[in-house]
Design a protein around this ligand. Structure first.
Ligand SMILES: C[S@@+](CC[C@H](N)C(=O)[O-])C[C@H]1O[C@@H](n2cnc3c(N)ncnc32)[C@H](O)[C@@H]1O
Length: 251
């Protein structure tokens, strides 16, 4: 649906959402299905709570919202008033989620100064903080949705996200203002592998996979090496990394 800013605002009022931004998350969900029905969700920069309402409807898992500002209580949603960019503040949020979230959302905006390059740099810095939160808070294979203003720092940020997730898209929901520079980076499949594509390493084949590939282990991470047999020691190049396993080629 194509509404102007006031149209989305009126619709949000009518449908009981605290913010018109709720429709942005709904549109992201319709397109990318980032939240599953049992997922635990951590929302950074969550006030007044529109995204929390949408997340609450989508999952039976835990939902925790984080903001500098107070968030009016919402049924079955935990809220934490704190700056998520500061070290050591996550513990309180992660307790109710049992340690880690399946989805991290971040719609945080900096206070706007009116100076475009300053605001852009602050937005990229907030988005980077959300990416750092994933290291501590996101399950392997989990998803991240993060807002960032487009500008010169955007491509570099996108590259960083691509290094940590298997599928990454930039998305501008219809419910964003027409001339807005805001963009949502939708990143799926958090990769916590101890290896990266292109790494060259020496491995021992310790097992055979169900499709006959040799299996090597790096820490607990499984690397499939086609055309090899148990007992071989060889040099391989990592060619593909997924959240829980990867593929390598004999060199
Ligand atoms: C656009 S609003 C979020 C709207 C929300 N998604 C909703 O649907 O209601 C951005 C929020 O980010 C919060 N924020 C910005 N920087 C933050 C930080 N470092 N820590 C926590 N919250 C932050 C602001 O206080 C503001 O409430």
């Amino acid at each position: 649906m194509n509404l102007d800013r006031d149209g989305w605002y009126r619709r949000a009022k009518r449908e009981g959402y605290r913010a018109r931004s709720a429709y942005k998350l709904k549109q992201i969900q319709d397109r990318f299905h980032v939240i599953d029905d049992q997922d635990d969700v951590l929302d950074l920069g969550a006030a007044p709570g529109g995204w929390l309402q949408v997340a609450r409807d989508l999952t039976d898992g835990g939902v925790v919202g984080f903001d500098l500002r107070p968030i009016e209580p919402l049924e079955d949603v935990e809220t934490v008033r704190a700056d998520f960019t500061r070290k050591g503040v996550l513990e309180e949020a992660l307790g109710p989620l049992g340690g880690r979230a399946d989805v991290v959302l971040c719609d945080a905006s900096p206070d706007l100064s009116g100076n475009w390059s300053v605001d852009h740099a602050r937005s990229v810095s907030l988005a980077r903080s959300a990416l750092s939160v994933c290291e501590e808070a996101l399950e392997p294979g989990g998803n991240l949705v993060v807002k960032v203003f487009q500008g010169e720092g955007f491509p570099g940020f996108l590259d960083e996200v691509k290094r940590s997730f298997s599928r990454v898209n930039g998305f501008s929901p219809e419910a964003s203002r027409k001339r807005s520079a805001e963009m949502y980076v939708v990143a799926r499949g958090y990769v916590t592998a101890p290896v990266r594509e292109g790494d060259v390493l020496r491995v021992e084949i310790v097992d055979t996979g169900s499709e006959g590939d040799g299996v090597a282990r790096v820490d607990d991470f499984v690397l499939f090496v086609p055309g090899t047999d148990v007992g071989e020691e060889l040099e391989v190049e990592v060619i593909e990394v997924r959240a829980r396993f990867g593929f390598a080629e004999e060199l």
